[in-house]
Design a binder for this molecule. Structure first.
Ligand code: URA
Length: 318
């Protein structure tokens, strides 16, 4: 197939992947482009984009299933504490060589290791969702990841299989990750705010989120990711409120579109982690016009890592 000649970072393979899922891959942050020899700075302002002609390929459609579960955003309001990030390198935390999960004292979870945490999730009766689940869905992937990706809650297929993002939304997520040379299990861990499926994929209730939050807290403490990608309104609200980036009431009001396109520094347990917010893949399946923005968010996250590492632009970050 004849792909349009893309810029070097957006090579033929990546262009093909993006074309397959219908992402208009015009967004290519400069910081990820190869630099001329001798040029030292990696950074370029967010929003500096290089446009690549849209591909002529018809996007492939994802496999059908019924598990889509992203939700519309509420009415706009201000977001004064979340300044648009300049492209200063973000200092990333050093990893604790022997991580343990020490949940906040307001929970009754003791210090847990992975088997204990997963057993606790599978046996959980903290809220009414326990009664409707087929399987709890703790999370999946590399337990020493660079990336932690947080979604909303299991859908129908996830509830059946016990793994997050295995339905249509997962199909799209996997392909967007592949365009960054990422895949679940290799430098990436995927979890949800809620570990059990809400009936008929309804929105999570605040009380359910509060009761489930200690599990995500534990996961973050054990995983020690270097960057967090929050997919959708509920993941963004939970992580930004928990991380002290926004007061909870404000996090609940600000529309997702106002939270994306910037890098938050969230205090999550003992770690201060960069958090990038993006659209939920299920929302993107319904609103493909926003796929380009979601791709830009992924690039922003990759760029944040690359610039913190001083890595060669375009180098794998996982
Ligand atoms: N939507 C989510 O938020 N998480 C999943 O695991 C599946 C769909």
């Amino acid at each position: 197939m004849n792909l349009p000649r893309a810029l070097p970072w957006l090579d033929e393979r990546r262009s093909a992947l993006l074309a397959e899922i219908g992402v208009p891959a015009w967004w290519q942050p400069r910081a990820l482009l190869p630099r001329p020899a001798g040029e030292g700075d990696v950074g370029a302002p967010i929003g500096t984009t290089v446009r690549v002609a849209p591909t002529p390929h018809a996007p492939r459609t994802p496999p059908p299933d019924a598990s889509a579960s992203a939700h519309p955003t509420p009415a706009p309001t201000g977001c004064p504490q979340a300044a648009r990030a300049d492209f200063a390198p973000v200092p990333l935390p050093l990893r604790d060589p022997t991580p343990r999960c020490e949940p906040a004292p307001d929970t009754d979870l003791a210090t847990l290791d992975w088997p204990e945490l997963e057993a606790a999730i599978h046996a959980c009766q903290r809220c009414g969702l326990a009664a409707c689940r087929q399987r709890a869905v703790p999370g999946v992937g590399d337990r020493r990841p660079t990336w932690l990706i947080v979604g909303e809650a299991p859908g129908e297929e996830e509830d059946r299989q016990g793994e997050p993002f295995v339905g249509r939304a997962g199909w799209l997520l996997d392909r967007m990750l592949a365009a960054l040379d990422l895949q679940r299990g290799h430098g990436v861990y995927i979890a949800n705010v809620l570990k059990c499926r809400p009936p008929r994929n309804r929105n999570p209730e605040p009380d359910e989120i509060a009761r489930c939050a200690p599990y995500l807290r534990c996961q973050i403490a054990l995983l020690q990711p270097r960057i967090v990608l929050a997919l959708g309104r509920f993941a963004a609200q939970t992580l930004l409120a928990e991380g002290g980036c926004l007061p909870p009431e404000e996090a609940a009001r600000v529309p997702l579109g106002r939270l994306r396109g910037r890098v938050f520094q969230a205090r999550l347990g003992e770690l201060t982690l960069p958090v990038v917010v993006s659209y939920h893949p299920a929302y993107l399946l319904r609103n493909p016009v926003d796929k380009g923005k979601a791709w830009a968010d992924l690039c922003l996250a990759a760029e944040t890592l690359a610039s913190a590492d001083g890595a060669a632009p375009g180098a794998p970050t996982a």
